[in-house]
Design a protein around this ligand. Structure first.
Ligand code: ADP
Length: 500
């Protein structure tokens, strides 16, 4: 009995459920996509009821697939798309507006105004974030400003705000538990990561009533039990964790200096920095890592905008090959890029350059450049961009780090992983499990319910896949990075005022 952990992984495009056994092995997995709603250019919404319905249906499906009854599940761990905002009526449980998704740009102007009012530094200091429409704060304010009666109802205590973890928890417990965890709270731009409270000054500035906010707890904690009607038995809910912090935990990066990179459409790089928050000098975000036993630890986070999407672009727009995986074969067919560098700044450059006006460039072309060189330069650009973020983390922390744990779709590319190891002059360790986010949520829930004792036990269960060790001489690496930075200079500040 009680032999399984259920991880609910509520992502941006799909809801997934994975069941894990005591050895941390995947037993079954179900997935369902749901609707993306684009009411206007730059706006993105989800239907919160569809989020909940899809999550519930995959949970039932994963149990049925494995022949596991709810009574055999020791705990549920929830991991989720971060920053997305849901507001619902406390009495009816009905959302008063669609979920405003993290990608949604509708509040970009409010954020600019916020900064012009002198809040840029204050927000960075308090929340660890670089003020942006991406985070929850201005999205929540938007709902209160635009839905009739919303602000009055919120002030009277009739409305609740949650990120997706909170929304799922509230539904699983049929309205009995209203809470979130530190990792999700730290992405709202409403939470003070030093005092560990919803920040009264920020709330006052945005006219957000405190009573609509959930209480904040450890990522690994027993939050309550799912209602027996929902999954067929009461199951303790043992974890809430934002997706990137979930994967940091699933990759067993438990201590300062341990880092992971997820190579998806873009890259998400997180480095555990221990018990003190580090304020970045290089445009990285300071965020809270998964917590347990009341012990707060922090991470630095940086992202690369164009990573796997560069491969998609070569496949779909350049039509250079049919399958993303083919890129590896082409890249390996030549010994180098023949001096070609590609900077895929399709939507500008992120940390540490932070240049929204940069655009994509290919430099160093000669008559000898072949398709293979071009593809190789594109794959190398993913590793160079990752290296720049990683280097920024080393500068901010003053640590020399030689290992990087990796996951995500494009981490399947051996050429890319080897080149990444070459740039790091260290090791790239690919996880054997390609569901590290859900695994992180399962680990945290398993710790909360006592299935696993401590992180040492988890680390012993960790299964590395292939490890890539640097083969490139140090001098050669420095020369490559130098050339890459010359190419980046040429991509910067390209877009004209009108297209900015
Ligand atoms: P997301 O979660 O962002 O949708 P995934 O982790 O599913 O991303 O990864 C998909 C991305 O990985 C796509 O952009 C795809 O182009 C890229 N990709 C998948 N396989 C490979 C490969 N073998 N080599 C390079 N890129 C790949």
């Amino acid at each position: 009995m009680d032999d399984y952990i259920m991880a609910l992984d509520q992502g941006t495009t799909s809801s997934r459920c994975i069941l894990w056994d005591r050895n941390g092995r995947m037993v079954s997995k179900a997935q369902r996509e749901f609707r993306q709603i684009y009411p206007k250019a730059g706006w993105v919404e989800h239907d919160p009821n569809e989020i909940w319905a899809s999550q519930l249906s995959v949970a039932m499906e994963a149990m049925a697939m494995a022949g596991v009854h709810a009574r055999e599940i020791a705990a549920i761990g929830i991991t989720n798309q971060r920053e997305t905002v849901v507001v619902w009526d406390r009495h009816t449980g009905k959302p008063i507006y669609n979920a405003i998704v993290w990608q949604c740009r509708r509040t970009a102007e409010q954020v600019e105004q916020f900064k012009e009012d002198g809040w840029d530094e204050i927000l960075r200091e308090k929340t660890g974030l670089i003020p942006d429409a991406y985070f929850s704060a201005t999205k929540l304010a938007w709902i209160l400003d635009h839905v009739p009666e919303a602000r009055r109802k919120a002030e009277e205590g009739d409305l609740l705000f949650g990120t997706v973890d909170t929304w799922l928890l509230w539904n699983l417990t049929q309205g009995k538990v209203f809470a979130t965890d530190y990792t999700n709270a730290s992405r709202t731009m409403l939470f003070n990561i030093h005092t560990l409270e919803w920040d009264p000054e920020i709330l006052a500035h945005l006219h957000i009533p405190q009573q609509m906010l959930p209480r904040v707890e450890d990522s690994s904690a027993i939050y309550g039990v799912s209602d027996a009607q929902v999954l067929g038995a009461e199951i303790p809910i043992g974890a809430l964790v934002g997706d990137q912090q979930g994967s940091l935990f699933g990759q067993c990066c438990f201590r300062s200096g341990m880092a992971k990179n997820t190579y998806g459409t873009g890259c998400f790089l997180l480095m555990h920095t221990g018990e003190k928050p580090i304020q970045s000098q290089n445009q990285l975000l300071t965020t809270i890592a998964a917590t347990r036993n009341g012990k707060i630890s922090y991470a630095l986070e940086g992202s690369v905008f164009a990573a796997g999407s560069v491969v998609q672009w070569m496949r779909d727009e350049m039509r250079l090959f049919q399958h993303a995986g083919d890129s590896e074969k082409y890249a390996k067919a030549v010994p180098d890029t023949n001096g070609v560098y590609m900077v895929p700044a399709f939507t500008g450059l992120g940390a540490p350059f932070w240049d929204p006006y940069a655009r994509g460039t290919v430099v160093g072309l000669t008559r000898g450049c072949s398709k293979e060189h071009f593809i190789r330069a594109a794959l190398e650009s993913i590793a160079y961009q990752t290296w720049d973020v990683f280097e920024a983390m080393q500068r901010d922390t003053g640590m020399q780090i030689r290992n990087l744990k990796v996951d995500g779709g494009a981490s399947a590319n051996d050429f890319l992983m080897q080149f990444q190891a070459d740039l790091l002059q260290g090791s790239v360790i690919r996880s054997a499990c390609n569901e590290t986010t859900a695994l992180g949520a399962a680990y945290l829930a398993g710790l909360a319910c006592g299935m696993w004792k401590d992180t040492e036990e988890l680390a012993a269960m960790y299964q590395a896949g292939q490890t890539f060790v640097s083969k490139m001489p140090f001098e050669k690496r420095n020369q490559c990075v130098h050339q890459w930075h010359r190419a980046v200079e040429r991509a910067r500040n390209w877009a004209e005022e009108e297209s900015k």
